[in-house]
Design a binder for this molecule. Structure first.
Ligand SMILES: [Zn+2]
Ligand SMILES: [Zn+2]
Ligand SMILES: [Zn+2]
Ligand SMILES: [Zn+2]
Length: 163
């Protein structure tokens, strides 16, 4: 006596389709590449260590372990080491591929030894160390200004959207 009712199957299956969010990874990457990013050792293969020094002769940044190895090599003892920097290329002369060890006061630019023997021969050049303190301050100010400028640009953009 039982009435068998066919179960009404609701064929309405809502397939939730998530829109693949277009992650602008490249943009993020570009935005994330600020100057306070840690520099990593170029020698370490796995679990990269933070670099402590960059060698202007090898064009490589070293962690403490690899720096010791670098230092213990007599051939590399004379290599010019600077505090680890991300943009090592900026410290290497584009013309001669040599480390920029001197600062040309006339041109307010870093120069390599080949430069000082060449077109900057008559200029007033000083060892980079002498100028580094001043430069650090300058660079810091510049970085801060750039950040501020970017911030203002972003904010301006936001304001434009809002109003
Ligand atoms: Zn290393
Ligand atoms: Zn080196
Ligand atoms: Zn040069
Ligand atoms: Zn010069």
């Amino acid at each position: 006596m039982s009435q068998k009712r066919p179960h009404p199957t609701t064929g309405e299956e809502k397939v939730k389709k998530k829109k693949p969010e277009e992650e602008k990874k490249q943009q993020d990457k570009a935005m994330a590449s600020s100057s306070d990013h840690p520099v990593f050792c170029d020698i370490c293969d796995e679990g990269k260590e933070k670099a402590v020094k960059s060698c202007l002769m090898c064009h490589i940044s070293y962690c403490e372990t690899h720096l010791e190895k670098h230092r213990s090599n007599p051939h590399q003892k004379k290599h010019k080491l600077i505090n680890a920097v991300e943009n090592l290329q900026d410290y290497i002369c584009q013309k001669h591929g040599r480390p920029m060890e001197r600062f040309c006061r006339d041109d307010q630019t870093c120069v390599c030894l080949s430069c000082t023997e060449g077109e900057h021969r008559t200029h007033n050049t000083v060892p980079l160390e002498e100028e580094s303190q001043k430069k650090k301050v300058k660079k810091f100010k510049l970085n801060t200004l750039t950040k501020l400028y970017n911030l203002i640009r972003k904010t301006n953009w936001l304001l434009l959207v809002i109003f």
